[in-house]
Design a protein around this ligand. Structure first.
Ligand SMILES: [Zn+2]
Length: 360
């Protein structure tokens, strides 16, 4: 067999292995799953004129200079979302993908700053609630939401969103910060976190808090999130590798990092800071608590399983069985890092073990 064919075959084996294991996804922004086809369909349905064809939209999503460049593209999607059915359809298309990729539990990041008046917010949240209920009934996929404030939104807009979302705390399991890492440290938003805790948006134990840090921002952003707002999870965190003391702290505390390999690649984070190499293999070797996620799958070229395949590339120096062991552990990590009870974590980890043993 030719060398190229051998690699192709082992990739097919890995693809089917990854798909066979149940997984959780903990870092996926809902509007980031808006595929160009659905975006144009919604634009037509709502009479929104967009100056792009399908091909143009697809090609605009092929590469970005940096996070801000990507966010400009991301925001086009929000222009076409107008009513209950639009939000339902957007979430449904992601939940359908979950069922195809064996994602059995997902914590979906939402920001509803743009949908401010009470009527539309209620439509949005009811669409989300109903899509989740129907997906659980039809596919067995469980979904909850992480409410994200944005570093680059105004303090007042963030606070207003938190207040208005208190009515939906039954479907909001955690609270976080997203947005460009060039604006401000997350700890400057501390009073909003305190308010979110009072409104029971951070889980019953008030500790379900996560924060985007250390993808474009340097390790000081991760330290700020850990010490300034006591996060229990860091979203991204890859640039922590630049600070050995921070790595030691993250390892000893086993703070989960929700890493998104295709995002790191598409936003040129790997090119700028890691010589173009994937870093998940290195993070695993360091003993960091890594989980794999898709971030904005419709914009970065792949959903969760495609991100796992990127991990396989970064582990290509290992044997097939060693790679499979790491993949199994990453799947278990996704549940261990989730905002769920210890009993649920144990239940899902057992599911991973069962699926793994059926494969071997
Ligand atoms: Zn993100």
């Amino acid at each position: 067999m030719l060398f190229g064919e051998k690699i192709k075959n082992s990739f097919i084996i890995m693809e089917s292995f990854i798909n066979s294991l149940p997984k959780a996804e903990l870092h996926m922004h809902l509007e980031g799953a808006l595929e160009p086809e659905l975006l144009l369909k919604l634009a037509e349905r709502n009479g929104v004129q967009l100056p792009y064809t399908l091909e143009e939209l697809k090609s605009r999503r092929e590469s970005y200079e940096n996070l801000m460049d990507f966010l400009r593209e991301f925001n086009i999607g929000t222009l076409v979302l107008k009513n209950y059915q639009d939000f339902y359809d957007m979430l449904w298309s992601y939940l359908l993908k979950c069922s195809q990729q064996n994602i059995v539990y997902t914590e979906i990041m939402i920001n509803v700053c743009r949908y401010t008046d009470d009527v539309s917010l209620n439509s949005v949240m009811e669409a989300y609630r109903n899509a989740c209920r129907n997906a659980e009934a039809q596919f067995g996929v469980k979904a909850k939401f992480i409410l994200n404030i944005l570093k680059n939104a105004s303090y007042e807009a963030n606070l207003r969103m938190v207040e208005s979302c208190a009515a939906y705390k039954d479907i909001i399991i955690g609270f976080g910060v997203a947005g460009a890492e060039v604006v401000a440290y997350s700890s400057s938003l501390k009073p909003i976190f305190e308010r979110a805790k009072e409104l029971e948006l951070c889980g019953a134990n008030k500790t379900n808090i996560c924060c985007h840090a250390g993808e474009e921002g340097d390790p000081s952003y991760v330290i700020d999130a850990l010490c300034g707002i006591n996060v229990s999870r860091i979203d991204h965190g890859v640039r922590s590798l630049e600070d050995p003391f921070l790595v030691k702290a993250l390892v000893s505390l086993q703070i989960p990092l929700t890493v998104c390999p295709l995002s790191n690649q598409k936003l040129k984070v790997l090119d700028r800071y890691f010589g173009g190499n994937h870093v998940v293999g290195r993070m695993i070797e360091e003993g960091l608590m890594v989980t794999i996620n898709s971030d904005d799958p419709a914009f970065f070229g792949g959903y969760l399983n495609e991100n796992f395949l990127e991990v396989v590339k970064s582990l290509s120096h290992l044997s097939e069985s060693e790679i499979k062991d790491h993949i199994k552990q990453l799947c278990k990590n996704s549940f261990l890092a989730a905002f769920i009870s210890d009993e649920e974590k144990m239940y899902y980890c057992n599911l991973v073990d069962q699926a793994y043993s059926q494969q071997s």
